[in-house]
Ligand binder design. Structure first.
Ligand code: ADP
Ligand code: MG
Length: 323
C-alpha cells in the first residue's frame, strides 16, 4: 500500500512548489485571512505553511491523510461546478507518503489542539498539543524515501523560483489574504490582506510598476472582468507578467493572452509584452477546470464570446488612455 501511495504521490507532488501549492490551497479553502509560508533550501529541506483558518478537528486529522477520504466529488456532473480549490482528496496523503510531516492544529481559540506526525505514510505521533486556532503544516526532507525523484530536483534557486512564482500568483488572486513568504530567513513577500489588489501588485512587481497601471472593471452578459493592466510604455520581455485568474484560480490560457495582445497590438514594440493581472468571473458551469491535472489549464464553453469581451474592454481602455 505504501508503494501505491508513493506512485500516486508522484502525480501530485512533482517538486517542492507542488507541496506549497496544495498546502496553501488547503489554507485558503479553510477560510484563512493570514497565511505564512517559510521554506528552507528551495523547500527541499523544509516547507512550513501556517494559517489562521478553521483548523482540523480531532476526528478528522487522521482522515485528512487518507487518500480520497475527503474527496468532494460525488458525480461526474460536480466536476463542472467546482467552487473550492481542493477536490480530489489526495494531496495530504501524497505529501505524507514522500516526506516527514508534522501538523499542529486547533479549531478554536482555546489554545488547545492536536499534533500529528506522519513519516513516509506512517503515523508516528498523535497527541494533544498547544495550538492557536488554525493549522501549521511542516514538511521536512521531501523525497527522502524516493531518491530517484530527489535526483530530478534542480538547483535551490530554480525550486525557490517555482515557489515564489506560485505565492506571487496566489497573493495576486487573493488580495484579502495577508501572505508572507520567507526563504532561509529572507523575507521575499509581504502583503497586507486589506483587499487592495494594487497594494499586492506593488508588493510583487514593485511600487514603480504599481504606479503605471490602469484599472479594469467591466461586465457583460455571462462575464465579469476586473484587475489592472500596465500602460503600453511599461513593457516586459516575456509573458510571465500576464496573469489570469478565473473564478479565483490562477490559470494559463493562450486564448486569453492572445485577446490581451490583440488589444495592445499596435501599441507594443515587437517581442514586448504588457503586465496584466486580470480576474475573469463566470458561472462555474462555463469553465472546465479538469483539463489539466495540475488545474492550470481550463476550457471555456463560451471562449469566443469571452475573448471578444476581453479584447473590446481593453481596447477601449487603451484608446481612452491615449487621448
Ligand atoms: P482536498 O483539499 O482535496 O479535500 P487534501 O488532501 O488537500 O484534500 O486535504 C484533505 C482535507 O484535510 C481537506 O479536505 C480538509 O478537510 C483538511 N485540511 C487540510 N488542510 C487544512 C487546513 N490548512 N485547514 C483546515 N483543514 C485542512
Ligand atoms: Mg487540498
Amino acid at each position: 500500500e505504501h508503494i501505491a501511495n508513493q506512485i500516486a504521490a508522484g502525480e501530485v507532488v512533482e517538486r517542492p512548489s507542488s507541496v506549497v501549492k496544495e498546502l496553501v490551497e488547503n489554507a485558503i479553502d479553510a477560510g484563512s485571512t493570514r497565511i505564512d509560508v517559510t521554506v528552507e533550501e528551495g523547500g527541499l529541506q523544509l516547507i512550513r505553511v501556517k494559517d489562521n483558518g478553521s483548523g482540523i478537528g480531532d476526528d478528522d486529522v487522521e482522515n485528512a491523510f487518507q487518500r480520497h477520504a475527503t474527496s468532494k466529488i460525488l458525480t461526474g456532473k460536480d466536476l463542472f461546478a467546482i467552487r473550492s480549490l481542493g477536490f480530489r482528496g489526495e494531496a495530504l496523503a501524497s505529501i505524507a507518503a514522500v516526506a516527514k510531516v508534522d501538523v499542529v492544529t486547533s479549531t478554536d481559540g482555546s489554545g488547545l489542539g492536536r499534533r500529528l506526525v506522519i513519516e513516509g505514510g506512517t503515523i508516528k505521533t498523535f497527541e494533544p498539543a498547544q495550538s492557536m486556532q488554525g493549522t501549521e503544516f511542516t514538511v521536512r526532507e521531501l523525497f527522502y524515501n524516493t531518491p530517484a525523484r530527489l535526483k530530478y530536483m534542480k538547483t535551490i534557486q530554480t525550486e525557490l523560483g517555482h515557489i515564489s512564482d506560485l505565492i506571487y500568483r496566489l497573493a495576486l488572486s487573493y488580495p484579502s489574504i495577508a501572505f508572507t513568504l520567507k526563504h532561509n530567513d529572507n523575507a521575499l513577500l509581504q502583503t497586507i490582506g486589506n483587499g487592495d489588489l494594487l497594494q499586492v501588485i506593488a508588493a510583487v512587481y514593485g511600487v514603480h510598476t504599481a504606479k503605471s497601471v490602469m484599472k479594469v472593471k467591466a461586465e457583460h452578459l455571462d462575464f465579469e472582468l476586473e484587475g489592472y493592466i500596465g500602460k503600453p510604455e511599461m513593457t516586459r520581455s516575456n509573458r510571465n507578467a500576464m496573469s489570469w485568474f478565473v473564478n479565483g484560480r490562477y490559470v494559463r490560457s493562450f486564448p486569453l493572452n492572445q485577446a490581451v495582445l490583440r488589444a495592445y497590438h499596435t501599441l507594443l514594440p515587437i517581442n514586448r509584452f504588457p503586465m496584466v493581472v486580470l480576474q475573469a468571473r463566470m458561472h462555474p458551469t462555463l469553465v472546465d477546470v479538469n483539463v489539466h491535472p495540475a488545474k492550470l489549464e481550463v476550457r471555456f464553453s463560451k471562449e469566443a464570446e469571452l475573448c471578444e469581451f476581453i479584447g473590446s474592454t481593453l481596447q477601449q481602455l487603451l484608446l481612452k488612455q491615449q487621448l
